[in-house]
Every structure is written in structure tokens, then in C-alpha cells.
Design a protein around this ligand. Structure first.
Ligand code: CTP
Length: 401
């Protein structure tokens, strides 16, 4: 996700500096080009050699080191950076940032840079809670710096409270958001994801193979692009994406209820959920006992939520309705039929028989169908990338391009 991005990792002098070594590896693994800047006190906690070996680049420490006569380190580093992350950010470094000081290379680079800056405070809990640190964090936050709250727990200084440097995976969404075009800033988006499960009794249910991955990717990428996202999810094993308002449901009727409760607010609805078309006519309280004669199941049709949304929308422009058609085989005609019948603006068709594009995998290969009969075939992509391409198309629809 970070291919070709130039990221400066600024390490200041706290005990959590040792964790920054892992962050360099994580950033590299995502494809980023990592340049490390260390403050003088950071070098007391972690060796520059460790950081240069892991990043594959020279570590910068000195304002006045020049490799060539025309090089001005803080200006060059600032100009080339797509993002600066300071982790750990000590109380001292935060104070110097808040006051716009430029007395070391890291702070000078931040002043000279125009790219996003993410600050990850990590320190003793009392230092973190001190009004001076709180004010300094508020000051840099008000200027647009992204401040990631530290984790809580036992600290190296034997304190207990807020002050731990999070793992990179907890900060990853902030990084991706900082590097994303904010073309969905403030847009209210509803996404449905996952399967619905329909109880037969207290033990069994009718379900389907949907994992929720595609819908969760749709929600996470919209959030990265600045949207205000509500994710209505059937049961999945996935962690809710950072910053998304999650509503957990189980049955199709519960999903319908949650969708209708939020529909007036939504500007875009993406229905990626695999809603069960049927539910058992009766759900038995307790457990159905086995019988040698077998069991006849009576099923009742569930409401078609998307069809209902299409009817409510009528000829109005909002909300934009995007459906997902799951077809066994490449049945674009079925996709077109659903698009028209459900009054959608776009229908994303995926062939669930394609081994690369099934429910459980990390990838998907989809065809996007439009109201005007147009169709667009996307290549095999990771689900996050498919989601981003879908949002590119939705942004264009919103701009009527
Ligand atoms: N959908 C819905 N409510 C249902 C069934 C489907 O909102 N009861 C939505 C899905 O979330 C999806 C779209 O309709 O966005 C298409 O779903 P799909 O299962 O492909 O089509 P169905 O209309 O259920 O038709 P069929 O199962 O016969 O292919």
C-alpha cells in the first residue's frame, strides 16, 4: 500500500525508540522508501547502525553534515518527503515542535516540510498528562499535525497509564489516510458487509460463505479518503476498520432495520453484504431434535433491502446506490438486470466461481456496470485496491463526470 512513498521516520529519545526498528521493517514491507532521522538522545536508546541496516539508507542526525557542497540536509529531506512520522515523540520533541523550534535536524525538517506529519507520543504517563504536554499536543494538532493517542498499560518507567508507543499496525490506518486523497472528506457513507445468518433454532442457522472482506475494504478505504462511514455488518471474524462507526447485526431483518434507520443521512450506500434471500418460516426456541424421518424446512422470503432503497430513492439523485451482484459464472446480463430492477447507480459484479475472486480470498476481479449500459472490467487486484478503484468511480459519479 505504500509503494514508492518517501517516508521520514523521526525517532526521538525515549525508551520506545527500540520499537522504531520494527516500524522501519513494517514500513519497508509495505513498499515505502524509509529515511530515518534521529535526535541526539535517540542514539542513546538505539544504534543508528540498526536503523540504517533496516532502512537500507543512511541515517540522518546532523544539521550540518553535507555530502555535497550544494546539499542543505533539512531542506532536501523535507522537499522529498511524502510523509513524516515521529515515533516515539518525546515530551521534549513535542514541545519543540509546538514552539516551531529548529535547533536540531528533525524539528528543522518538520518546519521546512509541507507534507503531512504524524506524531506518536510515547513517554511516562505523568509527563503525558502534564498540562504543558497536553497544551503542546493541542497546539500541533490545531496546526494540522496528526496526533495518534498512545496506548495505555504498564510502562517501561514502571508507571501505568497512557504513554505506550502503539504497534505499527495500530497506526497503519493513520498513515494510509495521511497519504490518501481526501476526495470523500465529510461525505456520509453507509456500507453493508458480511453475511446475514438466519436462525433455525438456538443452535443452527442458515448462512452463506461471505467473509465481509470486500465490504470492510470498501469501508476502510472510504474512511482513509475522509468519509464519515457507517458500516452495517453481519457476523464476521474481522476487526472493525479504524475510525468507522460499526453497527453489528445478524439477520436480514436486523440489517434492513439498521439500513432504514440511517438512510436519510447517507449520501452514498454501498451494499456489499450477502443478504440471505430466505429465512426459516419459524425459528424454534430451543433445539430441533433429530428425527429418523428427516426434516422439511419451510423458508420465507426476506425483504430485498437494496430493492427497497431503490424504490425510496425513485428519481432523486441521493443517495447514490451501489450494489454487488454475486454470480456463479460471468453473468453480466444478470448484473444489468439487478442494476435496473433495484434502481442502482452502479452494480459491481463478481464471479464467485472464479478461484481468484471468491469470498474468502484477499483478491477480487470485478466488472463495474453503469446505468447508461457502460461496463468496465478491472484486473485482478487486492480487495483494498478494488475498493479504491470503486471509490474513484463513485467520486466521478458524484461530480457527474
Ligand atoms: N440484496 C439486498 N437484500 C436482499 C438480497 C440482496 O439488499 N435480500 C442486495 C445485495 O446486498 C447486493 C444486491 O442486492 O448488493 C445483489 O445481491 P445478489 O445476492 O447478487 O442478488 P439477488 O437480488 O439476491 O438475486 P439472486 O440471489 O437471485 O442472484
Amino acid at each position: 500500500m505504500l509503494d514508492g512513498r518517501n517516508i521520514i521516520l523521526g525517532i526521538s529519545g525515549g525508551i520506545a525508540a527500540y520499537k522504531a526498528a520494527g516500524w522501519i521493517r513494517d514500513l519497508k514491507r509495505e513498499g515505502a522508501e524509509v529515511t530515518v532521522i534521529m535526535t541526539r538522545s535517540a542514539t542513546e536508546f538505539i544504534a543508528p547502525l540498526t536503523c540504517s541496516a533496516l532502512s537500507g539508507n543512511r541515517v540522518h542526525r546532523d544539521m550540518f553534515a553535507r555530502e555535497a557542497a550544494h546539499e542543505i540536509p533539512h531542506i532536501n529531506l523535507a522537499a522529498n518527503a511524502d510523509l513524516i512520522i515521529i515515533a516515539p515523540a518525546t515530551a521534549n520533541t513535542i514541545a519543540r515542535l509546538a514552539h516551531g523550534m529548529a535547533d536540531d535536524l528533525l524539528c528543522a525538517v518538520v518546519l521546512a516540510a509541507r507534507c503531512p506529519v504524524i506524531v506518536c507520543p510515547a513517554m511516562n504517563d505523568k509527563m503525558y498528562r502534564h498540562p504543558a504536554t497536553r497544551d503542546n499536543l493541542a497546539t500541533i494538532g490545531s496546526r494540522g499535525t496528526i496526533v495518534v493517542d498512545p496506548g495505555e498499560g504498564s510502562l517501561a518507567c514502571r508507571g501505568n497509564g497512557p504513554g505506550r508507543l502503539p504497534e505499527f499496525v495500530e497506526v497503519r490506518e493513520f498513515v494510509l489516510a495521511a497519504l490518501s486523497n481526501q476526495d470523500l472528506a465529510g461525505v456520509k457513507i453507509m456500507v453493508t458487509a458480511g453475511p446475514t445468518v438466519e436462525p433455525l433454532d438456538q443452535v443452527r442457522f442458515l448462512g452463506n460463505r461471505a467473509t465481509g472482506r470486500m465490504g470492510y475494504a470498501i469501508a476502510a478505504t472510504a474512511r482513509r479518503r475522509g468519509a464519515d462511514v457507517t458500516l452495517i455488518s453481519g457476523p464476521t471474524s474481522l476487526a472493525p476498520p479504524t475510525g468507522v462507526n460499526i453497527v453489528n447485526v445478524s439477520t436480514a431483518l436486523e440489517m434492513r432495520h439498521a439500513v432504514m434507520a440511517g438512510i436519510n443521512e447517507a449520501e452514498v450506500v454501498v451494499k456489499a453484504a450477502a443478504v440471505s434471500d430466505f429465512r426459516p418460516a419459524v425459528s424454534v426456541d430451543g433445539k430441533i431434535k433429530k428425527a429418523a424421518s428427516g426434516l422439511d424446512l419451510q423458508l420465507t422470503a426476506n425483504p430485498d433491502i437494496l430493492m427497497e432503497l431503490g424504490r425510496i430513492k425513485g428519481k432523486a439523485e441521493k443517495p447514490l446506490l451501489i450494489g454487488f451482484a454475486a454470480e456463479a459464472g460471468e453473468k453480466l446480463g444478470e448484473g444489468q438486470r439487478k442494476l435496473k430492477e433495484k434502481n442502482c447507480d452502479m452494480m459491481v459484479v463478481n464471479n464467485i466461481s472464479d478461484p481468484d475472486a471468491g469470498f474468502a480470498g484477499e483478491s477480487n476481479r470485478v466488472v463495474i456496470l453503469y446505468r447508461n449500459g457502460g461496463e468496465e472490467r478491472l484486473p485482478l487486484l487486492k480487495k483494498d485496491e478494488v475498493a479504491d478503484r470503486i471509490w474513484d468511480r463513485i467520486v466521478r459519479l458524484r461530480r457527474r463526470e
